[in-house]
Design a protein around this ligand. Structure first.
Ligand code: ADP
Length: 475
C-alpha cells in the first residue's frame, strides 16, 4: 500500500494472493488492508489537502504532466502486468495503458482552466462572483476490468482540481494500481496527496470511506448493486458521489444499414475484454431484412477468434475474471436455450489445451433471443452475443430503451435523420453512431438511470471534484 508518501504493509501484516485468471497461478502477494489502514490513509489525505489545494494549478499541472510522461514510458511493463493479473490480450492492455495515460495529460491541461464567473446582480450596489473549489478528500473505488484507466480517470481530475485522494483498487487487480501509484510517486506527487489501500475484503474499507467525515466525495466504478450500497451510505453525511455502474447496451442495425459493416463493428465491441466492459452490447437488435447477412458475417468472425493466454500471439479472447463470472454466463446461456434460443457457436466453457486451468468461455452467439430470457434484461459481462430480429424501425427506440440501465448504445444506419432521431431518443449517456468507440479523455463518459450519476472525462469530469461557491458583495 502507499500511504503518506510511503510504501507500507497492512496494519495487521496480512497479505492476499493475486492470481493469473488464464492459468490459475499465483503471481504476487499484496498487502491485505482493512478499515484501520483506510482511516490512516484518509488522515494523510486530509493533512495534505491544504498544501495541495493551495498550490497553483500550474504547479499541479507540471506534476500530472510528468506522470503522463512516466506512464507512457512504462506502458509496455504496465501492460504486461495487466495481462497477467487481468487476462486481456497484450495489445488490448497496451491500448488501455495509453487510454489511461491520456487522462493524466488531458487533466494536466484542463486543471488550468477552472474558471469562475461574474454574474450581473439584481442591485446596483451588489456584485456576484462564482468560484469553483476542490471538494476535499476523495475516496475512490475501482474495478478489475479496466484496472489502469479507471484509476487515472478518477485520480487525474481529482488531483487537477486540488483534491487529495485515497484509492481502493479491485481485489483481483491491485498490481496495476501499484504501478500507477509508483508513477505518481516518481512524478513528484507530494506526501499524502495520493494514497493507495489494497485489500481482499472491500467491505470494511468501503465502510470507512462512507462513514469517515473527513471524506467529502466518493467516486466509484463497478456494479450497480455495490454503487447503490455506497450511495445509500454516502447519503448519511451527504457526501458527493459519482457512480459509473452497469449497462445493458442495445446495438441497433436499422433497415438501411449495411449489415456486414455493422457486424464487423458489433463483433469488435461485443468481445472487447471478453465481453467484460460496461459498454459492451447486450442486445443486438437487427432489422429482419438484414439479419441473415449480419448473422453470417458475425458468426464467421467469431469462429475465427482464438481464446487463450493474452501473452501469446494471436489471442483475441482472454479469460473471464473468476468462476462466478463463468457461472453467470453459463446460467444465462442455459436459460436462453431452455426458452428457445439457438446457439450458433460456442455456448460452453473451454477446457481443452490447458484452458481448464483458467476461466475461459467460448465466444458465443445466440439467435432468436426474446424478452422473457434472463440475458435480455441482465448484464452478461461475458462473451455472449444475443441477436434479436425486429420488423419496424419505428418500434426500435421503445425496445432499446426498455431497460433500467442507460450507459451506452450503438446505432448503425446510413440515413441522417434516422441517426439524429435515434441519437436524441435513446435514453443512454453514450451513443455510438456507426461508431464502436465513442470514448476519450476529453469526452464525458457516464450513464443515465441505474447506470450511474455524474460523468468522467472531459470538463464535466473535472466538475465532479469541484464545489461551486457564490459570493454576493455589497460595494
Ligand atoms: P464486480 O461484481 O464487477 O466485481 P463490484 O461492484 O463488486 O463489481 O466491484 C467493483 C469494486 O467495488 C471493486 O473494487 C470491489 O472491491 C468494490 N466493492 C465491492 N463490494 C464493496 C463494498 N461493499 N464496499 C466497497 N467496495 C466494494
Amino acid at each position: 500500500m502507499f500511504i503518506k508518501g510511503e510504501w507500507c504493509d497492512a496494519a495487521g501484516g496480512k497479505t492476499f494472493e493475486v492470481t493469473n485468471p488464464a492459468t490459475g497461478e499465483k503471481i504476487a502477494d499484496v498487502a491485505d488492508g482493512g478499515q484501520a489502514d483506510a482511516a490512516r490513509a484518509i488522515d494523510a489525505a486530509h493533512a495534505a489537502f491544504a498544501g495541495w489545494s493551495g498550490m497553483t494549478a500550474y504547479d499541479r499541472s507540471r506534476i500530472l504532466y510528468k506522470a503522463w510522461e512516466l506512464m507512457s514510458a512504462r506502458q509496455a511493463d504496465i501492460a504486461r502486468i495487466m495481462t497477467q493479473e487481468q487476462g486481456k490480450p497484450l495489445r488490448a492492455a497496451m491500448n488501455e495503458v495509453r487510454y489511461g495515460a491520456d487522462f493524466l495529460l488531458w487533466y494536466a491541461e484542463e486543471g488550468k482552466r477552472v474558471y469562475g464567473e461574474t454574474i450581473p446582480a439584481p442591485r446596483a450596489d451588489q456584485r456576484f462572483i462564482v468560484l469553483h473549489q476542490p471538494v476535499g478528500v476523495v475516496a475512490a473505488i475501482t474495478p478489475w476490468n479496466y484496472p489502469a484507466s479507471m484509476i487515472t480517470r478518477k485520480v487525474a481530475p481529482a488531483l487537477a482540481a486540488g483534491c487529495t485522494i485515497v484509492l481502493k483498487p479491485a481485489e483481483a487487480t491491485p498490481l496495476c494500481a501499484i504501478e500507477i501509484f509508483k508513477v505518481l510517486a516518481d512524478a513528484g506527487v507530494p506526501e499524502g496527496v495520493a494514497n493507495l489501500v489494497t485489500g481482499f475484503d472491500p467491505a470494511p474499507i468501503g465502510e470507512e470511506f462512507v462513514t469517515n467525515p473527513l471524506v467529502r466525495k466518493i467516486t466509484f466504478t463497478g456494479s450497480t448493486e455495490t454503487g447503490k450500497l455506497l450511495a445509500k451510505g454516502a447519503a448519511d453525511q451527504m457526501k458527493r458521489v459519482s457512480l459509473e455502474l452497469g449497462g445493458h447496451a442495445p446495438f441497433l442495425v436499422l433497415k438501411d444499414a449495411d449489415p456486414v459493416f455493422a457486424a464487423k463493428g458489433a463483433v469488435l465491441v461485443k468481445y472487447l475484454n471478453s465481453g467484460q466492459a460496461c459498454i459492451c452490447p447486450n442486445r443486438l437488435f437487427v432489422h429482419r431484412s438484414g439479419v441473415d447477412a449480419f448473422t453470417e458475417e458475425f458468426v464467421s468472425r467469431v469462429t475465427r477468434m482464438r481464446a487463450g493466454n493474452g501473452l501469446d500471439d494471436g489471442i483475441s479472447i482472454g479469460p473471464l475474471v473468476n468462476e462466478k463470472a463463468i457461472e453467470k454466463v453459463e446460467r444465462q446461456v442455459a436459460d436462453a436455450t431452455a426458452k428457445g434460443a439457438e446457439v450458433l457457436c460456442g455456448g460452453h466453457r473451454l477446457m481443452e489445451d490447458g484452458l481448464d486451468r483458467g476461466h475461459f468461455f467460448a465466444p458465443t452467439v445466440l439467435a432468436n433471443v426474446t424478452p422473457d430470457m434472463l440475458i435480455y434484461r441482465e448484464e452478461t459481462f461475458g462473451p455472449v452475443a444475443p441477436i434479436i430480429p425486429f420488423d419496424d424501425d419505428d418500434d426500435i427506440l421503445a425496445m432499446a430503451n426498455d431497460t433500467h440501465y442507460g450507459l451506452a448504445a450503438y446505432v448503425y444506419t446510413q440515413n441522417l435523420s434516422a441517426a439524429m432521431r435515434t441519437f436524441e431518443g435513446l435514453r443512454f449517456g453514450i451513443i455510438g453512431i456507426n461508431d464502436i468507440n465513442p470514448t476519450g479523455a476529453a469526452a464525458p463518459f457516464g450513464g443515465m438511470k441505474e447506470s450511474g450519476l455524474g460523468r468522467e472525462g472531459g470538463h464535466e469530469g473535472l466538475g465532479e471534484y469541484l464545489e461551486t461557491k457564490l459570493g454576493g458583495f455589497s460595494v
